[in-house]
Design a protein around this ligand. Structure first.
Ligand code: CFM
Length: 586
């Protein structure tokens, strides 16, 4: 911290530095904007006045101050002040430029990350919400237990006759002897037993860490059993240690579903058909989106993977359009489907009432059919009165309050929409495991360096399917693009945030503590691991992973639910009455 700024901070900083910690920090290297050939004009909105602007940087310095040198050098690149600039000139229309942030890199040991593992991303996130695939965890029982319905992904099997295995927990329960002599035999038996008991359409096998370490060939076993039993059986090399976070697990899961399931069933498609990619039906979100589609007459072929079935995945290649909700977990699937089958894709967001209306209109615009446009406008006008009434009631209770959001890979961005609708400010946000494109937008994709950890994750080389590629879908996309319609667009979280907001990748426990102490937000959004620590500091914490047993929060009705919940939380006085035991005098 530089001398003068230090003086402006004491009101913010409650904790005194330890006597051994030097008060000075080497000046931080800030990323600069590419200026050549452009004029840089500061973006108009700023949340912090010039004097306070120093404050944001001082807060950043304060977060980094206590780290040892090496750790600090790494975190400096992941803790960024969102200094936005509007770049004018050049051939393109003015665009917002944001600083570079380091993301998708290994977590420093000991920092207490919010992240999960590769197996969690594969088994829990991507395949967890599918109800009629038997998901067998190959590994010790603990891994199986922790993948058992801990993520509030809901499903709706229409009758008892329809398979729903989500409430089951299948594990090979590896023991010492399997670790020493190999677990393939036990896996074969487990697959056979699951088949005999349930006769599912498909069985998936998930590798936990020891499976990779002892070298069980899960793919060979899956192939062998597929031939023997005559149902689709495939496996995932999603050992927990692979990659740097659950993001690797998403990729491994999606690759296998793309390879082994998509394209298996050529079901007829409706007039306006689409897949919803990256919506996992947490707390029933997908039910509300499905309802909107149904009322608009949109044919939802498959959701990846909220409230989904095997058959839906198998016919996903038939849809006319892919709409991507969670960019982080699935954007590459949209690309692969486009290459193989010709289906174009767009980015949508059904979190926030305004975002929902915008997304529905974008879908209608793609199909360019008056009948669909009228349906969409009718549904929006049916939904808006309730949204407007809720805003009128709850916005005055929330206006001007500060939020912080630190969630996996999409929600830290999407939920800012809802806070904006309530008149609240997102002063700091970050992802656990997203990549630079989720922060800075897809235009940085060509500049992202692929490191050794990412190289470990298989990249599929996809080409057009000789029989199933539809040139007419691509022709329509090209014609729509020529008319100015934007495909494959995602600008990322940072351009959408206010100037000078703090953006923190893979936030550490220490930074969380210090940030809350200094800024005292009115609400902190994270997960169960953070929740009670944050609340003991006197700040309400909303879980955006599980919704704290609440929700749904998607679409219009979800927005109304969220407004009410946030208004209740930011006005709850219980937190101001709380003195944590360590602050009591005795
Ligand atoms: Fe996508 Fe998700 Fe998320 Fe994610 Fe997740 Fe999740 Fe999440 Mo928890 S797929 S990146 S791995 S939106 S489980 S439904 S809430 S961390 S922000």
């Amino acid at each position: 911290m530089r001398g003068d700024e230090a003086k402006s901070l004491p009101a913010l900083v409650r904790r005194s530095p330890s006597p051994n910690t030097p008060r000075t920090v080497p000046s931080v290297e800030r990323s600069t904007h590419q200026t050549q050939g452009f004029t840089i004009v500061p973006a108009d909105e700023t949340i912090i006045t010039p004097t306070e602007a120093t404050g944001v940087e001082a807060i950043r310095d304060e977060l980094l101050r206590d780290y040892p040198k090496k750790a600090r050098r790494k975190r400096e690149k992941q803790v960024v002040v969102n200094e936005k600039a509007k770049v004018e000139g050049g051939a393109q229309p003015a665009e917002i430029q944001v600083p570079e942030i380091a993301a998708n890199s290994r977590t420093l040991p000991g920092i207490i990350t919010q992240r999960g593992c590769c197996y969690a991303g594969c088994k829990g996130v991507i395949l967890g919400p599918t109800r009629d695939i038997v998901n067998i965890t190959h590994g010790p029982i603990g891994c199986g237990f922790y993948s058992w319905l801990t993520r509030r992904n809901q499903t709706f099997a229409p009758t008892d006759e329809h398979d729903n295995f989500m409430t089951y927990c299948f594990s090979t329960d590896m023991q010492d002897e399997n670790i020493i002599f190999g677990g393939e035999g036990k896996l074969r038996k487990a697959i056979e037993e699951a088949y005999e008991l349930f006769h599912p359409k498909a069985i998936a096998v998930f590798s936990t860490c020891p499976v990779g370490l002892i070298g069980d060939d899960v793919h060979q076993v899956a192939d062998e059993m597929k031939k023997k039993l005559g149902v689709n059986i495939f496996a995932f090399s999603c050992e927990g240690y692979k990659g740097v976070s659950q993001s690797a697990g998403h990729h491994i899961a999606n690759n296998q579903i793309f390879k082994h399931v998509v394209g298996e069933n050529d079901a007829p498609r409706g007039k306006w058909s689409l897949n919803l990619l990256g919506e996992y039906n947490i707390g029933g979100d997908a039910f509300l989106i499905e309802d909107l589609f149904q009322r608009c007459g949109i044919d939802l072929v498959a959701t990846f993977s909220g409230n989904s079935t095997y058959d839906q995945f198998a016919s996903a290649h038939m849809a006319s359009l892919n709409a991507v909700m969670c960019h982080r977990s699935i954007n590459y699937v949209a690309n692969m489907i486009e290459k193989k089958y010709g289906t174009p894709w767009i980015k949508v967001n059904f979190i926030g009432a305004d975002a929902t209306a915008k997304s529905l209109r974008k879908i209608a615009e793609f199909f360019d059919d008056d009948e669909l446009t009228n349906n969409v406008e009718r549904v929006i006008s049916e939904e808006y009165p309730a949204v407007a009434a809720a805003r009128k009631k709850y916005r005055p209770l929330c206006e001007g309050k500060k939020a912080m959001l630190f969630v996996g890979g999409s929600r830290a961005h999407h939920y800012q929409e809802l806070f904006t609708e309530l008149g609240m400010e997102t002063v700091a946000a970050g992802y656990e495991f997203a990549h630079r494109d989720d922060y800075e937008g897809r235009r940085v994709l060509p500049t992202i360096k692929v490191d050794a950890d990412s190289r470990n994750i298989e990249e599929l080389h996809v080409s057009a399917d000789r029989d199933k590629y539809r040139p007419e879908d691509q022709a329509r996309a090209e014609q729509r693009a020529a008319a100015g319609y934007q495909f494959k667009e995602y600008d990322g979280m940072m351009p959408a945030m206010k100037n000078k907001a703090l953006v923190i990748d893979d936030i550490t426990h220490h930074e969380t503590d210090r940030l809350i102490e200094m800024v005292r937000p009115d609400i902190f959004c994270a997960g169960i691991k953070e929740k009670y620590v944050v609340q003991k500091m006197g700040v309400p914490c909303k879980q955006l992973h599980s919704y704290d047993y609440g929700g749904p929060y998607a679409a219009f009705q979800g927005a109304v639910n969220f407004y009410a919940e946030v208004a209740r939380m930011v006005n709850a006085r219980v937190w101001s009455h709380l003195t944590p035991p360590w602050e009591k005098d005795e």
